[in-house]
Design a binder for this molecule. Structure first.
Ligand SMILES: [Zn+2]
Length: 377
């Protein structure tokens, strides 16, 4: 007998090319069966009229709550965003990865998988009032320390994060990215590179990224936007995709523009990954959480199955954790139940542009480790 069954939902699981009305069963913390009619379970939850997806993964979040000013509480976001796994985008560096592990990752009920920041202290000064970039002083970017600590936490660390740009790196240009790649090569892990104002330029960053590396803030507004003045994807952006660079939304407070997104999507350039870049400032809007970001992309013309792919299996592949982002029997028992509301909904981007959308994704239920989230708390 199964522990739990989600009954009669539209199961959308791109990892299995599945889009059908099915029951999904969980036992012993794992997905135990997917079939049209599963009778035996200790608990049954009706999912009729709803979409059941693998547990959503947010590739770009900042969840070192308490230990850093930028961090927000991941568990507080699960029910509203449907996110079961938060990938932390380099909030901690070599100096505080142990603290992140002991005080947050091992304590919370949601899954947290960190990138390690190339900067020793991680993102250490980020608030409304104080904003000092961790890549402004290159003495903090010690490749040896990054590699040593990443190895100590190799069961967790999925890659090396770098915020290269005028905001985080001052006038250091491309140097922080070169150092991050040096560390990542030694570790055999991918890099996630952020892009803000130059220096460095979009071209410098994209020419260095390797297959499997992630460019976050990929639909940012001008300058350093991926579209040119003609509204079409720039040549270097197309070339980097052909090479295998992954494009991640990383919405945040300043990194997602509707106009950029329209140009990219109109030309058939979909993001590989949709993520929120939720942190202490963007949680108050315009990002809020990843389900709001997903709703925006849905209203901008992405298909539901592509939106779910960009928050499940594509993310699992980017962090090399293929057991996540899927409902294949035997996988960790994470699932998200979504309701698609139709109507008129207001969305806002980082420039303050308001878009009226006709759809909104709302989280109806979450299963983490085979158990209903609402019963865990
Ligand atoms: Zn971020």
């Amino acid at each position: 007998m199964h522990d739990l069954v989600l009954k009669g939902g539209r199961v959308v699981d791109p990892s299995q090319n599945l889009d059908a009305i099915m029951d999904v069963a969980f036992s012993g913390g794992k997905v135990s069966e997917i079939a049209p009619n599963i009778a035996e379970a200790r608990k049954t939850v009706q999912a009729k009229g709803r979409v059941v997806s693998p547990g959503l993964i947010d590739l770009h979040a900042h969840v070192y709550v308490g230990g850093t000013s930028i961090g927000v509480d991941p568990d507080a976001l699960v029910a509203q965003s449907g996110t079961t796994t938060f990938v932390d985008a380099g909030t901690a560096g070599a100096a505080n990865m142990l603290g992140f592990r002991k005080h947050v990752i091992e304590k919370v009920r949601s899954r947290v998988i960190p990138y390690i920041n190339i900067a020793f202290p991680g993102i250490y000064a980020f608030s409304h009032e104080v904003m000092v970039g961790e890549c402004q002083d290159l003495r903090l970017l010690d490749v040896r320390e990054c590699v040593r600590v990443a190895r100590e936490h190799k069961d967790l660390v999925c890659g090396v994060k770098v915020r290269c740009g005028k905001g985080a790196g001052g006038t250091n240009g491309i140097a922080p990215l070169d150092l991050a790649i040096e560390a990542a090569e030694e570790l055999g892990l991918p890099v996630m590179a952020h892009l803000d104002l130059a220096p460095p330029t979009r071209k410098e960053v994209l020419s260095r990224l390797r297959p499997g590396d992630v460019l976050t803030h990929c639909f940012r507004p001008f300058p350093n936007a991926p579209v040119g003045p003609d509204g079409k994807p720039r040549q270097e952006v197309l070339e980097a995709r052909a090479k295998g660079v992954l494009y991640d939304i990383g919405h945040g407070k300043g990194s997602f523009g509707f106009n950029t997104a329209r140009g990219m999507i109109r030309n058939g350039f979909m993001p590989d990954v949709i993520s929120s870049d939720v942190h202490c400032l963007s949680i108050e809007g315009p990002a809020y959480d990843n389900l709001v970001t997903m709703s925006k992309l849905l209203c901008l013309g992405m298909e539901l199955k592509d939106v779910i792919k960009a928050t499940t299996i594509n993310v699992a592949k980017a962090i090399r954790r293929p057991e996540l982002g899927t409902l294949k029997p035997g996988s960790p028992g994470d699932a998200t139940v979504l309701e698609i509301q139709n109507g008129k909904f207001e969305y806002i981007d980082v420039l303050g542009e308001v878009m009226m959308g006709d759809k909104k994704l709302v989280c109806a239920d979450v299963v983490v480790g085979g158990r209903l989230w609402r019963e865990l708390n």
